[in-house]
Design a binder for this molecule. Structure first.
Ligand SMILES: Cc1cc2nc3c(=O)[nH]c(=O)nc-3n(C[C@H](O)[C@H](O)[C@H](O)COP(=O)(O)OP(=O)(O)OC[C@H]3O[C@@H](n4cnc5c(N)ncnc54)[C@H](O)[C@@H]3O)c2cc1C
Length: 316
């Protein structure tokens, strides 16, 4: 089933995303997260995608060589194994970074063979250590170009010339930023680019995490004002560690509300932060659900499934 058809049904759905395990691991490494959350009937599960990194490897003579390493491959494989093992709809993430358009087309064909009809189209971040995002020579420089490629495939136009193939039928989601994407000069420009992604064929938006619902509500309002009328799914992450006070703003370019930050500062242990984070997320989710959001989408990275299960139990 397509995500857009799921989101267009009444009631607030529960969804979450998981990160593929490190290379060399098995599905068992993520099955604990999935099996803890399955009893709460997720409508679909997203699977993130991770670009290769350049690392320095020391040679026998003491010099260093660059080596490209993909630490978390397998988005397509992990998504397929979840779909077939658990019978849940999946949404693999596709990123521009590190892939040519032709490689992306191959991944889309793999998804078609596997009967996976949903993708979240993203640009990805700059390579670690580089300031700006650089696409592959034959790759896409932003998510909109990726959406355009998938939309073309849906119309039966392929990157590979003269390819005879049935039209694809992918439902495309994209990312949105209630607190602005860190590279955008201002919110207006960011929203204009977001609208380009929708005009190119994306059918819904999933937001970056936020901790103040007012920011989400204002974002939805601003989107509606410029004609973005698709479902906007809020992204939720319960804080669980003392270090989240600094690393979440640093990594994700988001604010923690003063009240939340003050309360985290008072915590002496991660267990106290975890309780506070769960309670904060419960209050956030209750308000969002009461406002009729299409789904609550949980980021599981760094938050144990147990925390999310506790939130979901209290909200639904
Ligand atoms: C829900 C969610 C899931 C995510 N999952 C993953 C994941 O699995 N893997 C991963 O690596 N990252 C993931 N990310 C992070 C994401 O890849 C980064 O935030 C990335 O920096 C931007 O991706 P985007 O798709 O929003 O990019 P884009 O929409 O391409 O936007 C990137 C920047 O470019 C600007 N821009 C857009 N179009 C143009 C244009 N035509 N000209 C000039 N500027 C333009 C935008 O305003 C923005 O500042 C996720 C983010 C979210 C919110």
């Amino acid at each position: 089933m397509k995500v857009i058809d799921i989101l267009n049904t009444p009631n607030t759905k529960f969804t979450f995303e998981i990160v593929p395990p490190m290379k060399g691991s098995t599905l068992d490494d993520i099955s604990q997260t999935i099996e803890t959350l399955l009893p709460y009937n997720p409508s679909y599960i997203n699977v993130t995608s991770h670009r290769a990194e350049t690392i320095l490897v020391e040679n026998a003579n003491g010099t260093f060589s660059k080596k490209i390493v993909t630490k978390r491959p397998g988005t397509v494989g992990v998504a397929a194994s979840i779909k077939f093992k658990y019978g849940v709809e999946v949404v693999p993430h596709l990123i521009c970074g590190g892939f040519s358009a032709e490689e992306t087309e191959d991944a889309l064909f793999d998804l078609q063979f596997l009967g996976i009809q949903n993708i979240l189209a993203l640009r990805g971040d700059a390579v670690k250590g580089e300031r700006a995002f650089t696409p592959e020579p034959d790759g896409h420089g932003n998510a909109c170009a990726l959406v355009q490629q998938v939309a073309k495939m849906n119309r039966g136009e392929f990157f590979t010339p003269d390819l005879k193939h049935n039209n694809a039928d992918f439902c495309i989601g994209v990312a949105g930023y209630p607190e602005k994407h860190c590279e955008s000069p201002n919110i207006e420009t960011d929203l204009r680019y977001l609208k380009n992604k929708i005009d190119a064929g994306a059918e819904y938006i999933v937001t970056q995490m936020f901790f103040d619902n007012k920011k989400y509500f204002r974002f939805v309002e601003d989107c509606r004002k410029i004609g973005i009328n698709v479902p906007i799914v809020p992204g939720i992450k319960p804080i669980s560690l003392l270090v989240n006070l600094n690393n979440l703003p640093q990594i994700f370019h988001i604010d923690l509300p003063a009240e939340l930050a003050r309360n985290v500062e008072k915590c002496k242990t991660n267990a106290e932060v975890r309780d506070l984070g769960v309670e904060w997320a419960i209050q956030q989710c209750k308000e969002l659900k009461a406002a009729g959001v299409p789904a609550l989408h949980f980021f599981t990275l760094g938050s144990t499934a147990k925390n999310i299960a506790e939130i979901v139990k209290n909200v639904y």
